[in-house]
Design a protein. Sequence first.
Length: 154
Amino acid sequence: MPTPAELGFAMPAEWSPHERTWMAWPTEGYTLGEDPTDAYRAWSQVANTIVRYEPLTMVVDPDARKSADEWLDPAVSKVERPLNDAWMRDIGPTFLVKDGELAAADWIFNGWGAQSWAQWDKDSEIAESVIELAGARRFVSRLVNEGGGIHVYG
C-alpha cells in the first residue's frame, strides 16, 4: 500500500488555515488529582477563546459531560467518546492535506512509552473516531508515536 507522502499528502504547517480545532476534555482521576478545578479552568479558557475565532470540537468522556457543560461555551461542539486523558495533540490523529482533500495518520498511541502511571486503552481509539467524525481518509500507521511530537513548517 502506498504511503500518504507517495500519494501526495503532507502535514500542513502549524500556521496553515484549517477548518476547526479538536480538543479533549480532561477526565477526573489519575491526572487531575482530587480537585480538577484548575484543569477545567485552563482547558475551558483555551477552548472558549478558540471558539470565538473558529469552530472547535471537544471530545468528552461520557462521565465528564456535566463538567464540560458547566465550563465550556455553548458554541463548543461536544462529542462523547471514552477517554483516559486529554492531550488530543498526542492521542489524536495527524491531519494531512492534498489539493483540498483531508486525510489523517492514525498512529499507535501507547501512553507515552507505556509509562507505568499511564492508562491509554480508551485514548488509543480516539484518533480513529476523530478521523471518522472529520470525514477524513484514514491512513493506519504501524509506528508508535505521539502526534504532538511532530512539528512541520509545510
